[in-house]
Design a protein around this ligand. Structure first.
Ligand code: SAM
Length: 232
């Protein structure tokens, strides 16, 4: 399957194993991952956030309940919301998720904004688990015809060491542990040298359900709702 499909399948497999109830997809774009997740019963809240509201609106109506959905006994358990907003801003409503996914998003941010992303996602949202995927630049020489970055909007593409160093810093700062993996295998022999085409970090909050810093919004900090609801 194509790479974008493999990244989404990675999330689906994680969802099947870990059964999160509340899932947030950051940089959801045209909602293709949300469309796949909609059919995973067990999820009761599915939320998408993207900076580009027009892009979200393009295909969001495909997420509307089908008449046959109402026949599923479990159907009314699912609530789906789409928001326009930036992952660099904290929104007081966006806490308490079991899983936050960020698929091919961080490389579209400046490095200063990647630091804000860490603070917002790990420090403010404090979900149980986070899946972050980003290009592995060590693989680039093996992509035929590629010069420079994989996409003109990318602000950076990281080696495995660079990704690891960012991820471990976030773990130490905000109380997470991380495992590194990926999708898009190189041919045998090359795989060991260059790694996966898309690198993925799977983060778990230390201490699980009891581990979050719940004192962050205890009134000492002002509460903001900067994201705009587009669809519910
Ligand atoms: N996650 C989707 C996927 O796997 O198909 C789309 C990935 S697309 C390459 C990156 C998305 O991130 C775009 O839809 C873009 O609008 C969004 N994005 C860029 N900067 C953002 C920000 N600061 N906050 C939220 N979304 C952002």
């Amino acid at each position: 399957p194509p790479l974008h499909r493999q990244r989404h399948q990675f999330v689906i497999d994680f969802v099947k194993r870990n059964k999160p109830l509340k899932v947030l997809d950051l940089g959801c774009g045209e909602c293709s991952l949300l469309k796949l997740l909609k059919f995973h019963h067990g999820i009761d809240l599915l939320v998408g956030l993207d900076l580009d509201g027009a892009k979200v609106k393009k295909k969001m109506h495909a997420l509307a309940p089908l008449s046959t959905d109402y026949l599923q006994p479990s159907y009314d358990q699912l609530r789906l919301e789409l928001y326009q907003g930036s992952v660099t801003q904290k929104d007081a409503r966006f806490r308490g998720f079991d899983l936050v996914t960020s698929i091919e998003l961080i490389e579209h941010l400046t490095l200063a904004d990647v630091e804000r992303f860490s603070e917002v996602v790990f420090g403010h949202m404090t979900p149980l688990a986070v899946i972050v995927s980003t290009p592995n630049s060590e693989y680039n020489p093996h992509l035929p015809g590629l010069e420079g970055f994989r996409h003109s909007d990318h602000k950076f593409e990281w080696t495995r060491a660079e990704f690891k160093s960012w991820a471990l810093k976030a773990c130490v700062e905000f109380g997470y542990e991380v495992e590194f993996t990926g999708v898009g295998r190189a041919p045998p022999g090359l795989q060991e040298c260059v790694g996966f085409c898309s690198q993925i970090g799977v983060f778990h909050r230390l201490g699980g359900r009891g581990g979050g810093n719940v004192s962050l919004n205890d009134g000492a900090e002002e509460v903001f709702f900067p994201y705009t609801l587009l669809y519910s």
